[in-house]
Write a protein that binds this ligand. Structure first.
Ligand code: EPU
Length: 433
């Protein structure tokens, strides 16, 4: 098994380049199923979730050609299979986007239920299913499989009101609607940057989607989509993770290839904690010289503070002066990582959706196990801040979403490396994200 070994308590300095957005990439790759012709997708992050989705498409009959390390050509014209590989599908949460894409293109889909309750609670997809049904699909879930079929072979547009602004349901219903007959209106839609990115991708291939980025998205079905080029936006959460790391360790880093506007919800919080942040055109300079101050954080849908930054900000607040209160507003619970940070001396008390973080003067290195992607990122940050050596296992979680995290951190002065333990088994299946 591979582990990360970190010798902490060193300030970070230099420049780091942010990769393409994971949560946009995992929506745009399945969206290529809707296109007749070749989609060239640029700025794809090199992460295992992307590799896995490309593999799933290939197994379904798509032609996938690597153009360079961050660009692929995907041609789904020859896809005939409407049932996706069960084993691979279970390994990646975003595989459920294949339901919307397959239903939209073929009027039928057979897809494994996304696995995982890795935050310690359930991750239902009832809103996705409600929307497909409103568009004329019969949907059955049994034996770990979701089977969906459009009555009469084709979906029709519909008005859908989501009970919560679910990112996954908004994306899945957009995918189902672009080739449906008539007009679909998604109300209480999610507004995350990757929703806008998916709409821009689909529109550039000939779709008619309006309102992405607001809470009402209107989609007029078109006859077909044609191939084209598209470049994925930078990853808001990867950028936020590096900003948080510098806030924790101190130092000065220029975070490049970002959309500063997408980071406002994160940089605003860091400023409250005494961190200097200067926006450039497509970069953010982060600098911390003063001791960190405590603050309160409530995670919310975009443009609120992202839940996918909650564990990382907790790791930083662990050594801030005073007591901070974190409220998780998106997931019922997302604090499995807390027991690991406690091994390093962090003082965090969890009660349901709330975590009370009492800042301690320092963290001390310990042997930890990552339990999901962002939890793993939080442990890396804690290790970078801590005195002594931190060892992190189950790093496969981290590599699902962070391209070359070791290389990028070493470049800005972190003492981090991978070590291999030949006697220990690599994780076969990780909980899906
Ligand atoms: N929900 C329902 N029913 C549904 C859908 C969602 O009750 O049908 C609830 C969920 O249980 C949760 C809330 O609504 O409490 C939000 O869920 P959402 O559907 O927005 O989340 P998701 O689409 O499953 C995506 C990201 C997550 C990120 C959330 C929230 C992807 C592949 N995943 O998940 O990202 O936490 O949105 O922003 O885009 C990550 O990148 O680390 C990650 C977990």
């Amino acid at each position: 098994m591979t582990r990360y070994l970190i010798r902490g308590a060193k300030p970070l300095r230099g420049e780091v380049e942010i990769s393409g957005a994971k949560n946009a990439a995992v929506a745009i790759i399945p969206a290529a199923l809707l296109v007749r012709g070749t989609c060239r997708i640029e700025n794809l992050p090199q992460i295992s979730d992307v590799f896995m989705l490309l593999k799933i498409l290939q197994l379904m009959g798509a032609e996938v050609k690597t153009v360079d390390s961050h660009t692929v050509d995907i041609d789904c014209s020859g896809v005939t299979r409407t049932v996706a590989d069960f084993d691979l599908m279970q390994r990646i949460r975003a595989s459920y986007y294949l339901i919307g894409a397959l239903l939209g293109r073929f009027g039928t889909a057979g897809v494994a239920m996304p696995g995982g309750c890795n935050f310690g609670g359930t991750r239902p997809i009832d809103q996705h299913i409600k929307g497909f049904r409103a568009m004329g699909a019969v949907v059955e879930t049994s034996g770990g499989l979701v089977e969906a079929r459009a009555k009469g072979g084709k979906l029709h547009g519909s008005a859908i009101f989501l009970d919560m602004a679910s990112v996954g349901a908004t994306i899945n219903l957009m995918l189902a609607a672009v080739l449906a007959e008539g007009r679909t209106v998604i109300e209480n839609a999610a507004r995350e940057p990757h929703i806008v990115d998916l709409a821009n991708f689909l529109n550039s291939m000939g779709a008619d989607i309006r309102g992405a980025g607001t809470n009402v998205i209107k989609i007029r079905g078109v006859k077909e989509l044609r191939g084209g080029f598209y470049s994925i936006i930078p990853d808001q959460i990867e950028a936020g993770t590096y900003l948080a790391a510098v806030a924790g360790t101190g130092g000065e880093v220029l975070v490049r290839n970002v959309i500063p506007k997408h980071l406002d919800c994160i940089t605003g919080k860091l400023q409250e904690m005494g961190v200097d942040v200067v926006d450039g055109e497509d970069s953010v300079l982060v600098r911390r010289k003063e001791p960190l101050r405590c603050t309160n954080v409530k995670t919310m849908y975009y443009p609120g503070f992202p839940t996918d930054m909650q564990p990382q900000i907790a790791a930083v607040l662990a050594t801030a002066q005073g007591t901070s209160i974190i409220t998780e507003g998106v997931w019922a619970t997302r604090y499995k990582y807390v027991s690991e940070l406690e091994k390093m001396g962090a003082r965090i008390t969890v009660d349901g959706r709330i975590a009370i973080v009492e800042g301690v003067p320092k963290l001390t290195g310990a042997r930890l196990e990552a339990c999901d992607l962002r939890a793993g990122a939080a442990m890396v940050i804690a290790g970078l801040c801590a005195e002594g050596v931190t060892e992190i296992g189950h790093v496969g979680y981290i590599e699902r979403g962070y391209e070359n995290i070791i290389g990028k951190l070493r470049n800005i002065g972190a003492d981090i490396m991978t070590v291999n333990y030949p006697g220990e088994q690599e994780d076969e299946i990780l909980d899906a994200m």
